[in-house]
Design a protein around this ligand. Sequence first.
Ligand SMILES: [Zn+2]
Length: 243
Amino acid sequence: MHSVLVYHTISEPVEPLPGDIDIPRRRFLRQVQWLARWRRVARLEDTLSNSGKSLTAITFDDGFRDNLTVALPLLEKFNLPMTLFVSAAFVGREGYLSPHELREIARHPLVTIGAHGLWHRHFTQLSTQDARAELLASRSLLQTITAQSIDFMAWPFGECNEELEALSRECGYRAAWSVWKGSNDTYSRWRVPLGRRDNLIRFIAKVSGAYALTKAKWHRTRTPGETPVTTAPELQPQSNHLY
Ligand SMILES: [Zn+2]
């Protein structure tokens, strides 16, 4: 089974960011070292087909500047590819990639750029018209900045449904990724979120795919107000990710 990992920012803010999305550089480095040694890390595109081999792909959401300044130099050392899903309207904001930096990182041979909406909105709460506008405008803006074709996208907050999956296809995307939501088919492929609390043991469990099975089961069995008791604590899914 392939696994696709989701990172956000490789940084250590004084106040942890909401949603458990920051990971210190040293912790990320240990994870990258482990991946380079034990896993077959591939381009995201390679995880679209079942090759018989179990592949791991690395993705980053939102378009944080440290993806260029911190993550890429580490991944380069091990020659591991990365995909950045960029919220197009965040480009140029403080803490995010500038248009110039996005153009620079997009040209790197290890890097693929995908879209992540325009304003990082909750797509399941948008009208079809607004969802379509977000899907098209984000793609078009990123294509203009990078001078590359943008074929992939990831749903902000991982949120999607059947109608949105069809819409993203209609808007010209070749594939889309969620985080545990949707059908886990071409336009809502599941990814494994990582955060500051993922020590190496927990990281390995998540990458191995055991976590995905647990999480899927957790989704099926979960009822409001009830905490699942069937899972080892280190494998219990976190529910406060923001993606
Ligand atoms: Zn996001």
